[in-house]
Write a protein that binds this ligand. Structure first.
Ligand code: HXC
Length: 256
């Protein structure tokens, strides 16, 4: 896969996606969003693509949607742009591929929204996160108002969205926005460690677990619990539980 703004590398079964538009701190315009869409569409065709790490080149993860582009928007253009970003981030959120955002620097506005669309967030101690849209007279438009509240609850989400403040990695950890903070030079190795742990587990199990977690967010408790038992039982149509359960009892590592 060749892209202008994305560098894709596959190492030890992990796909690394680096956003590289450094002249604008990796800001998201239609082209970058289009490439992210095509990248996931391609990755999803291949079942062996199970875990992806998304990071940014230079001092930013992504500094937001492209401010220069948005200045001349009318409501129709603004709607289309928001719709495009939402649909690309929905694709990432709902993908069978497990995604880890390795937040190397600024993750602001649309950049934080991209990180929120990933399943797991690891931040460098140098990272800064926030949703500064209100300081531009906007609101988040790539899913941030909805995903942040589901991740951290209404109180923290209101603080982040309504103040537009930037938060350090340590603050983001305390607020539940990121899972983990590492030294900058250890960011990718920490993401790799987490990716490898996921890759070592049952292939169907990890994909179905993600699917059920995400379905449950949109559903009632009862609906979510139904999805859980239906999926739990359907895994027994595959060889994975047999191998995983036998391996435990035979005191060996499973071979999924
Ligand atoms: C376009 C951007 C940009 C952005 C930075 N740049 N962020 N260009 N869109 N979001 C450009 C700058 O204009 C500058 O270009 C170059 O990148 C370097 O940025 P500096 O500001 O000089 O760097 P620094 O002083 O280190 O400050 C870093 C920063 C700051 C704190 C991240 O750039 C910043 O506040 N950026 C905007 C962050 C933001 O408000 N994001 C939310 C956008 S709204 P030149 O040509 O001067 O070198 C959004 C809405 C999403 O995301 C939903 C849409 C539907």
């Amino acid at each position: 896969m060749e892209f202008k703004y994305l560098k894709i590398e596959r190492k030890e079964d992990i796909t690394f996606i680096e956003i590289n538009r450094s002249e604008a701190l990796n800001a998201l315009n239609e082209d970058v969003l289009g490439e992210l869409n095509d990248c996931f569409e391609n990755l999803e065709k291949e079942k062996s693509n199970r875990v992806a790490v998304i990071t940014g080149q230079g001092k930013a993860f992504v500094a937001g949607a492209d401010i220069a582009k948005m200045r001349d928007f009318d409501p129709t253009k603004a709607y289309e742009f928001s719709n495009l970003g939402q649909s690309v981030f929905n694709k990432i959120d709902r993908s069978h591929i497990i995604t880890i955002a390795a937040i190397n620097g600024f993750a602001l506005g649309g950049g934080m929204e991209l990180a929120l669309a990933c399943d797991i967030r690891i931040a460098s101690s140098k990272a800064k996160v926030g949703l500064p849209e209100v300081s531009l007279g906007l609101i988040p438009g790539f899913g941030g108002t909805q995903r942040l509240v589901r991740l951290v609850g209404t109180g923290i989400a209101c603080e982040v969205v309504l103040t537009g403040n930037q938060y350090s990695a340590a603050e983001a950890l305390q607020m539940g926005i990121v899972n983990k903070v590492t030294e900058p030079e250890e960011l990718l190795s920490e993401a790799t460690k987490m990716a490898k742990a996921i890759l070592s587990r049952g292939t169907n199990a990890i994909q179905q677990a993600k699917r059920v977690i995400k379905l449950g967010i949109e559903d009632s408790m009862e609906g979510g619990l139904y999805q859980e038992k239906a999926t739990f039982s359907s895994l027994f149509n595959t060889q994975e539980p047999k191998e995983g359960l036998s391996a435990f009892l035979e005191k060996r590592k499973p071979n999924f």
